[in-house]
Write a protein that binds this ligand. Structure first.
Ligand code: PEP
Ligand code: MG
Length: 293
């Protein structure tokens, strides 16, 4: 039915029956972070740290990184923040990390893979992130991008914990990781679904290519089945499963993701009010029925 007035959102993510779903901000700069805080984000679900360095000619020092991260985290003192380690390569090349020629960069050395040959780069970043979160009093979690296996998740978790970071997670954005979510969740404290890349790899459809955009669509059941599998693995392990890809910003899809068992949704600032209001209109039973359909 046509609505006469749109329900508003008061900054607390919950369904009509009170079921809580944290609504968080995706940020890459201090401007994004203040927009997310103003829009009512309950924390940061994805800080894309590579956005701080897209034009840096050399690796920023640990002190420079600490200052840059603190500037982004400053509106979120006392709130949960999930900082992602560098996701360089493929569609996000960094000048100070030349990748060399690759025939298929989306399938090449990108994300956490860059750190396997250069672990000291990751260690410097982890130290800077931990220091910045302490400076700002934020409740820090750290996660790695482009993790394919439980062994990779364990490798990352060990380094992050050695840097003094207590909550460690990984992104689930490679189909292999979704299929082995149970084993990955045994190594980490939480996971976050990157539906942009997960869709790209599930449908073999370049996320940057308009000609295959219809396939690269998070409403497709193949993608939703993987989301459901990961959410079930999270529930069995008693660990949170978020979504931080664009799917989380779609008010028609958010209730389906919640029905599949997702526990938080992270999105750009402009999407928060619409998703928050859409969730207020449905209860958990309706979300589960939508997910089933
Ligand atoms: C994703 O892949 O869904 C994601 C959130 O990360 P990015 O868009 O930065 O690759
Ligand atoms: Mg991604």
């Amino acid at each position: 039915p046509a609505r006469t007035s749109r329900p508003t959102w008061d900054g607390v993510g919950r369904l009509a029956d009170g079921h809580r779903v944290k609504l968080l901000g995706n940020v890459g700069s201090a401007a994004d972070a203040s927009a997310a805080a103003t829009a009512g984000a309950e924390g940061v679900g994805l800080f894309r740290t590579e956005f701080c360095y897209l034009s840096a000619a050399s690796e920023p020092t640990e002190a420079e990184q600490r200052a840059a991260y603190a500037a982004v985290l400053s509106p979120f003192a006392g709130q949960p923040v999930v900082v992602r380690t560098l996701d360089a390569g493929s569609d996000k090349p960094l000048e100070f990390l030349p990748m060399g020629e690759e025939p298929n960069p989306a399938l090449g050395v990108r994300g956490l893979r860059v750190a396997f040959d250069r672990p000291e780069l990751l260690d410097r970043q982890l130290a800077a992130i931990a220091a910045a979160a302490a400076d700002m009093g934020a409740e820090l979690s750290v996660m790695a991008p482009m993790v394919a296996t439980a062994a990779e998740a364990a490798w990352f978790a060990e380094r992050a914990r050695a840097a003094g970071i207590e909550r460690v997670g990984v992104m689930i954005e490679i189909p292999a990781a979704a299929l082995c979510a149970e084993a990955i969740l045994a190594e980490v404290d939480f996971v976050s679904l990157g539906t942009n890349d997960l869709a790209q790899y599930v449908f073999a459809a370049d996320r940057q290519l308009g000609a295959v955009a219809a396939l690269n669509n998070p409403h497709q059941p193949a993608l939703l089945r993987l989301v459901g599998m990961v959410a079930q693995a999270g529930a069995a392990a008693g660990k949170p499963v978020g979504v931080c890809g664009e799917a989380a910003a779609d008010p028609t899809l958010a209730p389906v993701l919640v029905g599949l068992g997702v526990t938080s949704l992270s999105m750009n600032a402009a999407a928060l009010a619409g998703v928050g209001a859409a969730l207020r209109e449905v209860d958990l039973a309706a979300c589960r029925a939508a997910a089933e359909r």
